[in-house]
Write a protein that binds this ligand. Sequence first.
Ligand SMILES: NC(=O)c1ccc[n+]([C@@H]2O[C@H](COP(=O)([O-])OP(=O)(O)OC[C@H]3O[C@@H](n4cnc5c(N)ncnc54)[C@H](O)[C@@H]3O)[C@@H](O)[C@H]2O)c1
Length: 333
Amino acid sequence: MIRLERMHCLVTGGAGFIGSNLVDRLLARGCRVRVLDNLSNGKIANLSHHFADPNFAFSQGSITDPGDVEQALKDIQVVFHLACLGVRHSLAHPFENHRVNAEGTLLLLAAARRAKVTRFVHCSSSEVYGSAQYVPMAENHPTQPCTVYGASKLAGEAYARAYHRAYGLPTVIIRPFNTYGPRSHHEGDAGEMIPKSIVRALNGKEILVFGDGSQTRDFTFVEDTAAGLMAAAECEAMNGLTLNLGCNFEISIKELAEKLVAMVGNAATTLQFTPARPGDVSRLHADPSAFMGLCGWRPAITFEAGLEKTIAYFREHPLGPTGLLQGEAGRNW
Ligand SMILES: NC(=O)c1ccc[n+]([C@@H]2O[C@H](COP(=O)([O-])OP(=O)(O)OC[C@H]3O[C@@H](n4cnc5c(N)ncnc54)[C@H](O)[C@@H]3O)[C@@H](O)[C@H]2O)c1
């Protein structure tokens, strides 16, 4: 087993939602952590509490820039590759999305090979599957992505597999299903259903349901996702594998919207049904049994407890409900 304690880790996309939660956990485990992030979507505020820590370093730069990547990989033992541009971004900017998610991954893999890293954890996505043809979805479920984002994430993981097979790069590819929690994006085209809905409900505004709300997702709390990525880095038996990280349950978006109305407790909030999003996947439900069997990971936080923590985060946010609402875009693609 690889032990992360005292390892020097690079987290690409470490100023983002999942990346910054992973950085918190890695530093708590006694790792040295360098973040490479161009702050296109990430926030410095997600990391500012670590700036005085000698084990932490931040490099503002891009995974598409060979110089930035080479510099970021200096003396690194473990790479957690999370930097990406998102699904709704890909609808309007397919080429840029591809350049970062696919080509940026290839650049990073080549540099990681030269740096002779001990482990390369590639964070992929359940979006590589497209809509479920059956559930639960194991890793051999067909991969038929519905968006350029899903396709570019699939290309990135194909490059990671190729680097393992051709050059022996110690790679593990993790496909997280939807993740939610503190620091999730409510704003702009990065805005996700749960944080957007919480911000809207805190303001007494209707929650937007794209389509009829029958689409389902399998949600994992961000601390569990971060713990899963760390478990993947430490588990020797995962070398070269591609594995799902999810909770093996599904909830419809309509049911979730109703749950959020009840939990935020704003009687003024209603649901508003609007046209479906282009490329929206209709069903996702993970079979994470291979991942669980190899490393023993289990989600530590129930969905209800995770939602409570997420609502509390937005309730206590320094911008306040009206400030948060200003960044929330409604229809955001
Ligand atoms: N959030 C989810 O539900 C979810 C689900 C499955 C997989 N994932 C994967 O997890 C990873 C992290 O996602 P997230 O939700 O935290 O997104 P995020 O947007 O919060 O984080 C991505 C980070 O990458 C940075 N970035 C973008 N382009 C970059 C570039 N060229 N160079 C350097 N940094 C760049 C952004 O600034 C941001 O901080 C991604 O790889 C994503 O595909 C997320």
